[in-house]
Design a protein around this ligand. Structure first.
Ligand SMILES: [Fe+2]
Length: 409
């Protein structure tokens, strides 16, 4: 007999059944067919953020001693990223370009994306027609690049200097959401819809006065009530344009929260559409790591720490932990100091050892500029060296994009 259970009820010896339910409708359903062989496998399932599973009570043990792990007892940020299993099928298929080449290729796409997003926003602001076809092409290109140049495209959202947050934010959220969705195994159709929802998620802010959107200080309750109107306003702008129900739900629910304290409808838990949850995480990450008129940009590593603290309140713990695993504790483009005192940019991830990425060293232990040198911390030559902190390259007068595209000397 099949039985659907909460993941906390899953135990070693139970037989999990793949029911064939789609990822989109059931993104937190564990469906790897077969018995749960040992406590390590069980721990991996729990820590990956799954919430439910179907078991066959005729095939495996049922009601055996439980060895479930409370995901809320997960290790701190870096350890969590290191402990979680490798990302999914799409990531495994990726054959990335060398970073410098990838940055150049992705840079052209990213510039085009910003231009199209700018035009779309201007049309909305002036009451014109939204170019849905151009938006679909843009998202198709982002998806292709997210597979081919994942790290380069993600790095560009952080390395370029932006002064027009309103439309760069839409592009950045689309990029982050699509790359994350791809790593989670979302279908091609799902990725397209998620990308469109990301691109348009804040289009309703065109109905909110700039004075409120860019206000440096704390919003009054009345001003916040105006902000809270933007998801629904966005859905009205996008209605009847053939974008699909899931796109509109992503736009309408990207500020709903796991504990029900979000807006506009106070949805909670699984009531929040998967697109709303993913866009919510991508939205917070980009907002934290972007420079605004009233705040400096937060380092990506620090932003991941903030997101980690939001688990179980704003977002499901498993989703946050998967996002941290997806980006790694030191995303490509991060500037870090080593235990030797040398400093460099993270140039490439080591998927199996996220705490030991490949670096481009640019400063010696005394803080002096040195000829750029590649160092793979995951390689035996660098054994004994570790990252001790993430730094702001601007504080050292360094241009991350120029260093990374320049490569080693
Ligand atoms: Fe928003």
């Amino acid at each position: 007999m099949l039985r659907k259970i909460g993941i906390a009820e899953l135990a070693v010896g139970m037989y999990v059944v793949d029911t064939g339910l789609s990822w989109l409708e059931h993104p937190f359903l564990y469906s790897q067919e077969g018995p749960v062989r040992d406590a390590g496998v069980l721990r991996g399932i729990v820590e990956a953020g799954y919430e439910e599973a179907f078991i066959d009570t005729d095939k495996g043990a049922f009601g055996t001693a439980r060895a479930a792990v409370d995901s809320r007892q997960a290790a701190p940020l870096a350890a969590a990223a290191a402990a979680l299993p490798s990302e999914g099928r799409a990531a495994a298929r990726t054959a990335p370009l060398p970073l410098a080449q990838g940055l150049a290729e992705a840079g052209v796409l990213y510039r085009d994306c910003l231009a199209i997003a700018h035009d779309i926003l201007r049309e909305v602001q002036t009451g014109g027609e939204i170019n849905v076809e151009a938006s679909r092409h843009l998202v198709d290109d982002v998806i292709a690049s997210a597979v081919r140049n994942r790290d380069a495209l993600l790095a560009l959202t952080k390395l370029r200097v932006h002064d027009a947050y309103t439309f760069t934010h839409g592009v950045n959220v689309a990029v982050v959401a699509v790359a994350f969705g791809s790593a989670m195994g979302l279908s091609p159709k799902g990725l397209k819809e998620l990308g469109l929802a990301g691109l348009f998620h804040d289009v309703g802010k065109t109905g909110v006065p700039d004075a409120i959107l860019n206000k440096p200080g704390r919003l009054t309750p009345e001003e916040f009530e105006q902000i809270k109107l933007h998801p629904a306003h966005g859905c009205r702008i996008l209605a009847d344009r053939g974008l699909g129900r899931d796109v509109l739900r992503g736009v309408g629910e990207h500020h709903e929260k796991f504990d029900g304290s979000g807006y506009p409808n106070g949805l909670s838990g699984a009531m929040v559409h998967p697109f709303g949850r993913i866009l919510g995480v991508a939205d917070v990450f980009d907002a934290l790591t972007s420079k605004r008129s009233y705040k400096e940009a937060m380092l990506p590593t620090r932003a991941l720490g903030v997101l980690y603290g939001m688990r179980d309140r704003d977002f499901p713990a498993g989703l946050v932990e998967r996002f941290i695993k997806f980006l790694g504790p030191y995303p490509v483009g991060s500037f870090v100091r080593l235990s030797s005192g040398e400093c460099g940019f993270v140039r490439g991830a080591n998927p199996g050892r996220p705490l030991f990425p490949e670096l481009l060293l640019v400063l010696d232990a005394a803080g002096r500029a040195t000829p750029h040198r590649l160092l793979d911390l995951g390689n035996g030559d660098a054994s004994g060296l570790s990252i001790v902190s993430a730094l702001d390259p601007e504080a050292f007068g360094l241009d991350a994009l120029a260093c990374l595209t320049g490569g080693a000397e």
